[in-house]
Design a protein around this ligand. Structure first.
Ligand SMILES: [Zn+2]
Length: 287
């Protein structure tokens, strides 16, 4: 990880019109409004984003007409091979606590406020049948995901995502940005998923520079239920986007509440932590 982080800083320093802003952020071609803001290492052990950013930074022609931000966020956690050091950075955007991660959230928040589009690159703890977009639902963000021209499922979150605090993407969209979290499969390096992530970013850059892609219709899956750890356990081997039927056994004394795709199965048992989420194809009334 050390080399990749060093390479990121080196590549940024070689690009004219790139300015370093604090410890974690570079802005290319700074304007009042930043066209696109790309985030990697929001979770320190989801490292694919750094490979994607380094790949893009080797080709600055891709974004020469844009004002664009590049952020490597939780590098300290990445160096330790951990999701975070003190607190999940992706729950720090309610600004209610005072940890190392809260400092990073405060550093990046003004840039998110100035950005038109924000892409936050993540990976999941467990395997995923496909990469997916996940975001706090709005028609604007849905249309934007479709305009990126990639056939990638949308997981729509409605209302509060996690009582522990606000994620980066939800904060950015609350500040007016079009913001998507992109989940690129299980943690660790994967060439194919890296290329898909890079392609999404490249399409986004081209779109913002006037290119049009054939619009791809994407029907969101709507997240509603989740189960938290309460002494029960998930069945091993569950994957993101795996489809389960209502009543299907997914653990000990644990059944699916309705026909759904599983999202973020999490085997790090901790009382009160979310164990798995469910996303349905029909938007429930009032959801
Ligand atoms: Zn993540």
């Amino acid at each position: 990880m050390k080399e990749e982080i060093a390479q990121f800083h080196q590549l940024c320093s070689l690009i004219p019109a790139m300015t370093k802003k604090g410890e974690h952020i570079y802005i290319y071609n700074e304007k009042d409004k930043i066209d696109l803001f790309l985030c990697a290492l929001t979770h320190g052990n989801e490292t694919i984003g750094i490979y994607i950013l380094n790949c893009l930074l080797k080709n600055p022609k891709l974004f020469e007409d844009l004002s664009i931000g590049f952020a490597l966020l939780n590098t300290e956690a990445a160096l330790q091979g951990k999701r975070f050091v003190e607190r999940d950075l992706n729950r720090c955007f309610s600004f209610t606590t005072h940890t190392a991660e809260d400092q990073i959230a405060k550093e990046i928040a003004p840039w998110l406020q100035k950005s038109k589009v924000v892409l936050d690159l993540h990976q999941t703890q467990e395997d995923s049948l496909s990469p997916f977009y996940i975001f706090d639902y709005s028609e604007k963000q849905h249309a934007f995901a479709e305009s990126l021209g990639m056939k990638i499922p949308i997981i729509a979150s409605v209302g509060e995502f996690d009582p522990l605090g606000m994620p980066l993407e939800e904060y950015a969209s609350s500040q007016g940005a079009t913001a998507l979290t992109i989940e690129l499969g299980k943690r660790g390096f994967n060439q194919e998923r890296m290329e898909i992530g890079a392609q999404i970013c490249i399409n986004c850059m081209e779109l913002l520079q006037g290119e049009k892609f054939p619009r791809i219709k994407l029907e969101p899956l709507w997240m509603d239920h989740y189960y938290s750890y309460d002494g029960r356990e998930l069945m091993p081997g569950l994957k993101n986007l795996q489809f389960v039927k209502e009543g299907e056994l997914i653990g000990e004394n644990l059944t699916a509440p309705h026909d759904a795709a599983l999202i973020f199965p999490n085997y790090n048992k901790e009382e009160g932590k979310i164990m798995v989420r469910f996303a349905r194809s029909d938007k429930k009334k009032g959801a």
